[in-house]
Design a protein around this ligand. Structure first.
Ligand code: AMP
Ligand code: MG
Length: 937
């Protein structure tokens, strides 16, 4: 770098931009070239626009400490208190604002400058606290007390000075000044003057400082005259156009719901980019001919876009506001806020974003004199006390070199003080010292948890590394997650989390089909009860023999692999014989609910091209006409029974279809989901182990076989010698289930929906609850902790599993298991994927969503269905190429479900995407999704 460039690089970004503009002669600032005159002598003088806003806010918020600025310097060496006080007094003498107070006359605020003002320096001795950590704590708490107290604007003084003595030669100087008379730049002037004066006074010299040309109040009066209507109108014209149609809310995913009134309580999360990254960023900026500020701003915009999905939003940035040279040595409130409109449309590369941001910033800087409050007035965004108008996130890049100087016989170093406030929702503040970029994210604790912001900071770091490595990459493709997070989220598995998981040996893909596994079980437990229905019952041996007879018969009728056979029966032993018979013949079953209207059955028979439907005699009439061939298993049994009871050879392989289940979807016509034996077996073997289906008697089947959630109860018990309890169909929908369950005890598991769960809890005598079943497997709809209160109270040993899954990926592919005794309110997570399945929460560009950020669930693995029957377009749309898999041809099912990762990797379901529920920037409360859904067709 040339000397000149080096000097320029040390300027603050605002100054650099200003310099660039002046050099280019392009600067169109107001009143340029006219010096600011001294104001006429008056008892009170007008406030600048920004002072007026702050004064008004102070009135509104009743004096808050949110607008306190402070300097805290650790001083080592022999401190001369008398000289220190003399310096402070001289600084106060030099700068009128430090003697100002604010009062309203006839509703108009004015500032009154006291001719002299004595501010006593408070001395606090902490040196008797021996232990250094306790001393440090005491210091911090005192400092917080000072920085956290509120000034009385009408009475003044508006600064406090304190010296904390830590040891003989160790002190901390703390200066707190209200923002209405100061800004960051003012603080550095204060310090610079202090250093010069201390050096002079301690050696008996007079002040070396030049008298100030003008004072802040002169500037305020001048600002009001140059920003008279006409000029201001011109400036505002630019902002109106620039900000037209911009969203004024950034919907950042937060941990907490936004309160109706901001508390401004905040905290900070430190960010240190390190020397290597800082160097690379600086080099990259130089190569692009831009300041590091521009690069960091564009990177920050990228981060915000990746968190919110918004490509058009506003970011605030402070600007020094000292465009007139004579304002440079003044203490006062000059800083203004620039509103930067980020345009990330069209997923540009980072390099092109950088160009856009640079052009946008140049325009904004050229109109930087418009006070922020005037822009707000002109644009009239919705005003509320719940968020900052126009923007809620900000970015500041500061130069703190000005605090690095020390008096000759003292060595000073800045002390960082957390004053527990936040100006905005999220602010990134960066500075560069000693070749290191560092700073912090300041955040409001109204909205964020510390862990969340720590993750945001880590993501920003990853992003910056990705940017300097591949600035040509599109924004959507830049890396965001840390390696550790990415590893966690791509290797999630329920195995690690289930309390009671059995071994997983059998769940490897390539295992046998259901009917083969069943045949193995028949040999092991031939006399065990396989199924009951009312008074009827079948042993394993009997069930197998009957299913074989039917299968042989179906084979004669031409059923084999890929043949679809309709099945329309009420819950009965014949139903289970029918299903197993179809599978043994090699075919796949297509359940048709006998309760469906005639037209719907006709549609399904037609759509699935069913030439054969199994039914009961009493449904014959209802089905005739729809299907070419009906087989009534009851009335035709004699003929069927003539066939062999022996197992059949051949038949379906892993890749053949096991069933086609129609899902209605909220819109459009029903579609047949084609599920293969491979996917079915994977689920069944997994559930058998994970749910310990071999403990207990078996499971009740109470739901329709047209819902795939029934698969668990219908098949899993048959793989471990347990009983399928077919609950009779008659009576009110919920009544039999409640009755049956009330009488049952020692069940292996009960599978139901949250709605069923509630019905059961309503009717079940509490004393029967604990012994009823080892496990409740709840699926099909969102589950909340509140729905589990009954079980927590009456059956604390019962394990509760939240099982999630669309029909397209076989019954359930993601589970969360918890002991009833440990339930928390709010949504119960859906947990983690089962064996040989993967779940990902992805953003619109199919990149992993960071922890906490809503995305859509995509599912991969052996359970992914073949697709929709005869719907190639829809299949291609919903079953997409797997972006992360190494095996060729692997696909992901796009669910349309919204979710987000919890910090430990568990997935939390948020609702359906299809309904276009807007996930606003806060934690979704229980019931909210339901409420939102209720409002949608
Ligand atoms: P289906 O294909 O009919 O089984 O419906 C699957 C859909 O039901 C999923 O895409 C989810 O929207 C919803 N769903 C299933 N299980 C759960 C669950 N445990 N929690 C929340 N939603 C669920
Ligand atoms: Mg389902």
């Amino acid at each position: 770098m040339s000397d000149k460039n080096l000097q320029r690089a040390q300027l603050s970004p605002a100054k650099q931009t200003l310099l660039e503009q002046r050099l280019r002669g392009a600067f169109a600032g107001l009143g340029q070239g006219n010096r600011i005159p001294k104001r006429p002598a008056q008892a009170t003088s007008p406030l600048s626009f920004s002072q007026q806003r702050l004064w008004f806010l102070n009135l509104l918020q009743g004096g808050s400490s949110q607008y306190n600025n402070s300097i805290a310097q650790h001083l080592t060496g022999n401190l001369n208190m008398a000289v220190l006080e003399q310096c402070i007094q001289e600084i106060i003498r030099r700068h009128e604002p430090l003697r100002a107070s604010f009062e309203a006359t006839e509703g108009q605020p004015g500032q009154r400058i006291a001719p002299v003002l004595q501010v006593s320096v408070q001395c606090l001795d902490l040196s008797n606290i021996v232990e250094s950590t306790r001393r440090e704590e005491a210091l911090q708490s005192l400092a917080r007390e000072y920085t956290g107290a509120s000034f009385d604007l009408a009475a003044g003084p508006l600064l406090w000075v304190a010296v904390m003595r830590l040891a003989k030669n160790e002190h901390v100087l703390l200066v707190v000044i209200h923002h209405i008379i100061s800004d960051g730049w003012s603080l550095s002037i204060f310090w610079k003057e202090f250093v010069a004066l201390y050096d002079a006074f301690s050696s008996g010299q007079p002040s070396p400082l030049e008298e100030l040309p003008i004072q802040y109040a002169d500037y305020a009066a001048w600002q009001r005259s140059v920003l008279a209507d006409e000029n201001l109108g011109q400036q505002l014209g630019y902002w109106r156009e620039q900000l037209a149609g911009a969203p004024t809310i950034l919907e950042f995913p937060t941990d907490h719901r936004r309160p109706t009134m901001q508390s401004f309580r905040g905290s900070r999360c430190p960010l240190v980019l390190g020397e290597t990254l800082t160097t690379r960023l600086r080099e990259f900026a130089q190569q692009e001919g831009l300041t590091p500020f521009m690069v960091l701003l564009a990177a920050y915009a990228t981060l915000l876009y990746r968190y919110t999905g918004q490509r058009d939003f506003l970011v605030g940035t402070p600007i020094a506001g000292r465009t007139q040279p004579e304002t440079e040595p003044l203490i006062g409130f000059f800083v203004n806020t620039l509103v930067l409109r980020m345009d990330l449309s069209g997923d540009p590369s980072f390099l092109s974003l950088l160009k856009r941001v640079n052009a946008m910033a140049a325009g904004a800087y050229a109109h930087q004199e418009t006070p922020f409050e005037k822009i707000v007035e002109a644009l009239q965004p919705e005003r509320t006390l719940s968020h900052n108008p126009l923007f809620q996130v900000s970015f500041a890049y500061e130069n703190v070199l000005t605090f690095a100087s020390s008096p000759a016989n003292l060595s000073a170093s800045p002390v960082s003080i957390d004053n527990g406030t936040a100006k905005f929702d999220l602010s990134l503040e960066l500075m560069e010292t000693d070749g290191n970029l560092w700073g912090s994210f300041e955040y409001t604790t109204d909205l964020f948890e510390a862990d969340t912001v720590a993750r945001i900071a880590a993501h920003f770091q990853t992003l910056l590394e990705g940017i300097v490595a591949h600035p040509e990459q599109r924004l959507s493709q830049l890396p965001l997650l840390t390696e550790q997070e990415e590893r966690l989220l791509t290797t999630l598995s329920a195995e690690a989390n289930l309390h009671s998981l059995g071994t997983q040996k059998e769940t490897a893909p390539g295992s046998s089909s259901f009917h083969r596994l069943f045949e193995v079980q028949v040999q092991q437990t031939p006399a065990a009860l396989a199924a009951t229905a009312g008074r009827g019952q079948l042993t394993y041996q009997e069930l197998n023999a009957r299913a074989n007879q039917l299968a042989h018969y179906l084979r004669e009728l031409g059923v084999g692999p890929e043949a679809r056979v309709g099945l329309s029966m009420e819950r009965s032993l014949d139903l289970i014989v029918g299903i197993i018979g179809i599978l043994k013949a090699g075919g796949c079953y297509v359940p048709l609910d006998p309760g469906y209207p005639r037209e719907r059955i006709a549609f399904l028979v037609e759509d699935a091209h069913l030439s054969l439907v199994l039914c009961h005699e009493r449904l014959r009439e209802r089905l005739s006409g729809a299907a070419q061939r009906l087989v009534c298993v009851d009335s035709e049994w004699e003929r069927i029974a003539q066939h062999s009871q022996g197992n059949l050879a051949g038949g379906a392989t892993e890749d053949n279809l096991a069933y086609v289940i129609y899902t209605s979807g909220s819109t459009g016509k029903p579609k047949g989901v084609m599920v293969t034996h491979r996917g079915l077996s994977n689920y069944l073997l997994w559930s058998k182990n994970a749910y310990q289906a071999d403990k207990g008697r078996g499971a009740p089947v109470h739901s329709a076989i047209t819902f795939d959630l029934t698969v668990t109860s219908l098949f899993t018990p048959l793989l471990c010698g347990r009983t399928v309890v077919l609950v009779p169909e008659e009576g009110a929908e919920a009544f039999p289930l409640r009755n049956v369950l009330g009488d049952e005890s020692g069940l292996s598991f009960v599978k139901l929906t949250p709605a069923h769960l509630e019905l059961v809890a309503n009717g079940l005598p509490p004393e029967n609850a604990a012994g009823m079943t080892a496990r409740l497997i709840v699926g099909g709809e969102a589950l909340t902790g509140e729905a589990l209160a009954y079980w927590r109270a009456h059956a604390p040993q019962t394990l509760i599993v939240n099982e999630y899954g669309p029909t397209e990926t076989v019954v359930g592919c993601c589970v969360f298991e918890q002991v009833a005794g440990e339930i928390l309110p709010g949504p119960v997570p859906i947990g983690r994927p089962i064996a040989n399945m993967q779940l990902y929460v992805l953003d619109r560009d199919l990149c992993l969503a960071p922890i906490g950020v809503p995305g859509e669930i995509y599912i991969g693995g052996v359970g992914v269905a073949r697709g929709y029957l005869d719907r190639p377009d829809l299949t291609a749309e919903r079953f997409i190429p797997h972006p992360f898999a190494s095996e060729p041809g692997a696909r992901l099912y796009k669910t349309g479900d919204l979710a987000r990762y919890r910090p430990n990797g568990d997935i939390e379901y948020l609702g359906r995407n299809d309904h276009q529920i807007k996930v606003r920037g806060f934690r979704i409360e229980p019931g909210e999704i339901e409420a939102a859904l209720a409002g949608h067709p």
